[in-house]
Design a binder for this molecule. Structure first.
Ligand code: SF4
Length: 349
């Protein structure tokens, strides 16, 4: 049964750093005030009432949970303990920095019901990390992932392609390193230039050139496919639009409110172009959950096939898995996979 996540945004709380890209207020939409015990209980009760039998997870996003003073961490987790005991709540997730994690902290969190830890890895290239003011190294990320895995918890890695000094090659290397280290899932947040950040100043001065949307989509498409090939879920691509991000706060960079759909759609578009010959009528079958990705935003994939003289219709087929497309022409019916039947080169990004 699919997990229901109850989000608590703790904003910039606990973080002693100022990464060049970070404006936590813009991302979380919160004022930096931590939720009270009563607010935590009330929100869990509300979500429980609508979640039915589905398991419920409380998630502290946005800040650096394990850099908060110990007593604050304990205060945030305390109201959740009775709920875990009676089964109202099933688990807790936190997010933090790689250099704020060690085996003792993992054990302490595990005893209090934390089952998943998300790390803001961003890059596994020390030059990129330094140029981005992260204040930690790739070795810190490796160490944190190891500690969390050894403690029996799930670990997610957030990656941020397009940071200062980053290249498509180093983005790919970062992804491959966190997968090899044992990350259970990924989030990919291409760098955006937010108002009020150090990056905004560099952008204005012309010393930082962000990824464009098109280039970011190409890069994320390749990264997503690599993660799929490794069997690692990418649970989010692109910052969420509903947390204070809008056309005014985003000055530049690879941002779109539905970036994940653009990226998935690109995978299918590439498969269609690769395996459909120009001209003629084609029926493309796909998993029902992927129909909108196959068609593309504003039917872009159908239109690009039409420009090749292909009259294409997309039809849902629940017998296919989400990565498959069955392409039926007058002469043949062949099933392809976006995982194994597309071959991207990082040098083309
Ligand atoms: S570590 Fe996280 S919260 Fe702190 S400044 Fe960097 S991005 Fe923002």
């Amino acid at each position: 049964m699919k997990l229901v996540t109850v989000p608590f945004f703790i904003s910039h709380q606990g973080c002693p750093h100022t990464c060049v890209f970070c404006d936590q207020r813009a991302i979380s939409g919160a004022s930096g005030v931590l939720p009270t015990a009563g607010q935590i209980r009330d929100r869990i009760a509300l979500w429980r009432s609508t979640a039915g039998d589905r398991p419920l997870e409380a998630a502290f996003f946005g800040g650096t949970f394990t850099a908060l003073p110990d007593e604050i961490q304990a205060e945030l987790l305390a109201p959740l303990q009775p709920l875990l005991e009676v089964g109202t709540l099933d688990s807790i997730r936190i997010s933090t920095r790689p250099d704020c994690m060690d085996a003792d902290r993992v054990a302490w969190l595990s005893e209090r019901g934390v089952r998943t830890i998300e790390l803001g890895v961003q890059s596994m290239d020390d030059t990129v990390l330094a140029a981005s003011g992260r204040g930690h190294s790739a070795a810190d990320s490796m160490n944190a992932i190891r500690c969390i895995k050894n403690g029996g918890l799930k670990v997610g890695a957030q990656l941020m392609p397009g940071l200062p000094g980053d290249t498509p090659l180093s983005s790919l290397a970062s992804l491959e390193q966190v997968i090899a280290a044992g990350a259970d899932f990924l989030r990919i947040y291409p760098t955006v230039v937010l108002q009020g950040t150090e990056l905004a100043q560099r952008y204005a001065a012309g010393t930082f050139v962000p990824l464009s949307l098109d280039r970011g989509v190409s890069l994320c498409t390749l990264l997503l496919q690599r993660a799929m090939q490794a069997g690692i879920p990418v649970i989010r691509i692109g910052l969420q639009a509903d947390h204070g991000l809008d056309a005014e706060s985003v000055l530049a960079g690879c941002w779109h409110p539905a970036l994940g759909q653009l990226v998935r759609s690109q995978l299918y578009a590439d498969l269609l172009c690769r395996y459909i010959q120009p001209g003629g009528c084609v029926t493309v079958y796909c998993h029902p959950a992927r129909l909108s990705d196959v068609v593309g935003m504003k039917r872009v994939n159908l239109q690009s096939q039409a420009r090749r003289g292909v009259q294409m219709q997309a039809v849902p087929d629940a017998t296919l898995n989400k990565e498959e497309l069955k392409i039926q022409t007058e002469d043949s019916t062949v099933t392809y996979s976006i995982i194994s039947d597309l071959h991207y080169s990082i040098h083309e990004v």
